[in-house]
Design a protein around this ligand. Structure first.
Ligand code: ADP
Ligand code: ADP
Length: 234
């Protein structure tokens, strides 16, 4: 299945007496076009799960498929994880991490340029997304000149610009007020539908938890799926 599928995913840190089983058999599926919440207390395994999905750390067992391809299966792993991260996964962080000396357009156009598009094509694509995210009027500004909400929208544009099948968002709304937090979720839903992206939002932001249709609760390395209250705010 395309989207994200995790089957009995395990992660153990260390070995012997001091080993920590951070993920104890996680099953999770996010369909293309779907935005799913991942919620859990501190120490429950959220960062470990995101790092496995982002191919930053290697799981200990189980299976991980992203965008239709198996990337990890019980010790076997895809060879080119760097290309996977670049082409298949868009990352949205709590703090935007924009490149300070590039203007908004080039912050977004950089990835498609690196992927081989001409500067012109890359900037055109960047502008389409900036317009969809309502920040096209800031195209020539430097990141430091933007408000927090604008910076976060630019970072979402950057995460989407290569049309990755998967977006991983780590507390994307934590520093935003309620109106802007809900706007970020509305945008993620619209973009997920438009580009058929599977989106996981790790959060404990009470402002946005009611918006998810489905939520995975994680506790002590185990996930439980629940129907959410939300309709993704369409
Ligand atoms: P969360 O993001 O939900 O706070 P983490 O994934 O960071 O949870 O942590 C899950 C468990 O794994 C915790 O018990 C934590 O102490 C442990 N852990 C996380 N990273 C490491 C590490 N690098 N080495 C050993 N234990 C770790
Ligand atoms: P939002 O966060 O929803 O984008 P704000 O109310 O924070 O909106 O900002 C409104 C306008 O004020 C923005 O369009 C932005 O250009 C400007 N602005 C806000 N904060 C800053 C800042 N720190 N530096 C420069 N301009 C800012």
């Amino acid at each position: 299945a395309v989207g994200i599928t995790l089957t009995a995913l395990r992660k153990r840190y260390g070995a012997g007496d001091t080993a920590v089983d951070a993920l104890k058999g996680v099953n999770l599926h996010v369909a293309p076009g779907e935005v799913v919440g991942l919620v859990g207390p501190s120490g429950s395994g959220k960062s470990t799960l995101l790092k496995c999905l982002g191919a930053v750390i290697e799981p200990t067992g189980g299976r991980m498929a992203i965008g239709g391809d198996v990337i990890y299966d019980d010790g076997w792993k895809l060879r080119d994880l760097r290309a996977l991260r670049r082409d298949r996964i868009g990352f949205v962080f709590q703090a935007p991490h924009l490149i300070p000396f590039l203007n908004v357009t080039d912050n977004v156009a950089l990835l498609p340029m690196l992927a081989g598009l001409s500067d012109r094509e890359a900037r055109t694509r960047a502008h389409e997304l900036l317009a969809a995210l309502d920040v096209a009027h800031r195209a020539d500004a430097l990141p430091a000149q933007l408000s927090g909400g604008e910076q976060q929208r630019v970072s979402i544009a950057r995460a989407l610009v290569n049309h990755p099948p998967v977006i991983l968002a780590d507390e994307p709304t934590a520093p935003l007020d309620s109106v802007r937090a809900l706007s970020v979720i509305r945008i993620l839903n619209a973009m997920a539908r438009r580009y058929q992206t599977a989106v996981i939002v790790v959060t404990h932001d009470e402002k946005i938890i009611p918006t998810f249709r489905r939520i995975y609760h994680i506790r002590d390395g185990i996930t439980h799926e629940e129907a959410g209250e939300g309709r993704g705010l369409e």
